[in-house]
Design a protein around this ligand. Structure first.
Ligand code: PXP
Length: 239
């Protein structure tokens, strides 16, 4: 069964819009776990626009499932990860002015830095996933520098305007997933996945985990968080 990691950054976005104490992403994490989520994903950004250091500390204490920390490969984030010890770190590219993560890491261009950070995290027994585009050269390099896992960026698939484009993107994701699996790496996927576009992704049998945030939280505004997560889990289970 594919695991569902729920990204709760958008709960923190609402809180930070008012610099208030509610809604608390910690409460969201508890509800997500009670609804059946297999893990909680948060992105601690350098500008702290949503998740705060305090959130990370509390999540580490209270989660019953798994904590996946998305972060850039910067030194400040490395120090935080080494002290918090999440169940997994997903390294992502980060630009200050982006609305959300734009595209995957350039593993080929940044191989030395990424290899060093992967090794440092693994010495502390923290497995490392690299968020990459569905590009075979990136998958090969991710393996070469020792990543445990890849998370395939599904943004272009989600943005496809025609069934033909969508099919082409799906095939790229499938090829990347197959290659990573052949290398015995873990295979996750995420970004811009929705209740409407997730099913073809679930049909790729190499994919083991999805990380979904925005669309679940958007639905939760109307139906409640527990219901929104259960509806996504029902799609996961159906496939
Ligand atoms: N995976 C990664 C690496 C991400 O950066 C994000 C967005 O924070 C997600 C998954 C979730 O994307 P979305 O919010 O579009 O579902």
């Amino acid at each position: 069964m594919v695991r569902l990691g729920v990204n709760i950054d958008h709960i923190a976005n609402i809180r930070q819009a008012r610099k208030a104490v509610q809604p608390d992403p910690i409460a969201a994490a508890v509800i997500a776990e009670m609804a059946g989520a297999d893990g909680i994903t948060v992105h601690l950004r350098q500008d702290r626009r949503h998740i705060q250091d305090r959130d990370l500390r509390l999540l580490r204490e209270i989660l019953q499932t798994r904590l996946n920390l998305e972060m850039s490969a910067e030194q400040e984030m490395m120090e935080i990860a080494l002290s918090i010890k999440p169940d997994m770190v997903t390294l992502v590219p980060e630009k200050g002015d982006e609305i959300t993560t734009q595209g995957g890491l350039d593993v080929i261009g940044q191989k030395d830095l990424l290899a060093q950070q992967i090794q440092t995290l693994q010495i502390s027994e923290i497995p490392v996933s690299l968020f990459i585009d569905p590009d075979l050269a990136q998958v090969k390099k991710a393996r070469k520098i020792g990543a445990d896992c890849i998370e395939i960026h599904t943004g272009l698939y989600a943005a496809a305007k025609t069934p033909k484009q969508q099919q082409e993107e799906l095939e790229k994701i499938e090829q990347a997933a197959k290659l990573a699996k052949k290398f015995t790496m873990g295979v996750n996927a995420g970004h811009d996945l929705t209740y409407r576009n997730v099913t073809p992704i679930l049909a790729i049998e190499e994919i083991e985990e999805l990380n979904i945030g925005h669309n679940i939280i958007a639905r939760a505004v109307f139906v409640g968080l527990e219901q929104a997560i259960k509806e996504m889990l029902a799609l996961v289970q159906k496939s």
